[in-house]
Design a binder for this molecule. Structure first.
Ligand code: DGY
Length: 321
């Protein structure tokens, strides 16, 4: 009997999939950096029993029409806005993601981005390396305090709660907005629930950690930036399309808000000529929220475990509901 076929859409180190070769046929896109091309993905989806996908792979209803044997799509991310979940469900295909294993790592990055933006760490580094440091001066690269300020977390899921724990360690006042109240963060960390507009007016740091859905798309727009304090710092570590980037650029350029730290963008990779990249008060990262060696290995292991479970007619560890 033919072995079930697993197709992996990016080159992954042999050590993580070698063992699987005994029981499964493994196919893999040969590049680690370049995403799989559309025609290869269309062909592979037509023959695979399982797919291990990246957040850069758009798995839509049209593509899924070609899936004849596909039982599971294991997405190497906690977010799964790149997959048409309804279309997968209609074909009886299980979709899994990678929650929990990346929570603390992504919270570390989010808080680092907040600190780096507030204290102008990247600018300061460039300043020295470009030979700009001639003298010490009282307000040289003076940024904003983080401690004892108010952090407003939009999207109080697992990562939001982990960021709130870090904020607590910096004696920050924590406010949040979420689809539903999170009583444990209110009780354990003293976080206060606010309506979205109220949070925008109150927070010194507005941190977007909401998943991308039809309700959250462009939730940060001209009207939202207009409500923030002129000293506010905006951080986005969830999905770029939660933000209207033109409105963000205008708000920063017109000093309606003070600065932004961005790990994600509307279109990734962001175009090198994008106006946001011209602003010194923008600190940007290439979508590396969960990118540590340890966490990426755990995410891959979780994807492969989910695939094995589904192919063996068992419930996966982290199905998307
Ligand atoms: C995710 O898992 O959704 C993150 O964006 C990856 O860093």
């Amino acid at each position: 009997m033919a072995k079930p076929y697993i197709y992996i859409t990016r080159r992954l180190p042999e050590k993580v999939w070698k063992e699987l070769k005994r029981d499964y046929e493994i196919g893999m896109w040969p590049s680690e950096e370049e995403p799989v091309d559309a025609s290869t993905l269309k062909y592979e989806i037509s023959r695979a029993d399982a797919l291990l996908t990246m957040l850069t792979d758009r798995i839509d209803a049209d593509l899924l029409k070609n899936a004849e044997n596909l039982q599971v799509i294991a997405n190497l991310a906690v977010g799964y806005d790149n997959i048409d979940i309804e279309a997968a469900k209609a074909k009886g295909i299980t979709v899994t993601n990678t929650p929990d294993v990346l929570t603390e790592t992504t919270a570390d990055l989010t808080f680092s981005l907040l600190m780096a933006t507030a204290r102008r760490i990247v600018e300061a580094n460039q300043f020295i390396k470009q030979g700009g440091w001639k003298n010490w001066a009282p307000f040289l690269l003076a940024g904003s305090d983080v401690h004892h300020k108010t952090i407003g977390i939009v999207g109080m899921g697992r990562i939001g709660a982990a960021v709130a724990r870090r904020a607590k360690g910096f004696s920050m006042d924590i406010v949040y907005h979420n689809r539903s109240r999170r009583m444990e963060v209110e009780k354990d960390l003293g976080a206060r629930y606010l309506e979205f507009d109220e949070l925008l007016k109150t927070a010194d740091f507005v941190v977007c950690l909401a998943p991308l859905t039809t309700n959250t798309k462009y939730m940060f727009n001209k009207e939202s930036f207009a409500q923030m304090k002129s000293t506010a710092i905006f951080i986005n570590a969830s999905r770029g399309k939660n933000v209207d980037e033109n409105a963000l650029f205008e708000a920063l350029a017109n000093e309606q808000i003070a600065a932004a730290g961005l790990d994600v963008f509307e279109i990734e990779p962001i175009d090198n000529n994008h106006p946001l990249l011209t602003l010194s008060q923008v600190t940007c990262l290439p979508h590396i929220g969960s990118a540590t060696m340890e966490t990426r290995e755990q995410m891959i292991e979780l994807c492969l475990e989910n695939i094995k479970l589904v192919l063996n007619h068992r419930r996966p560890l982290t199905p998307v509901s």
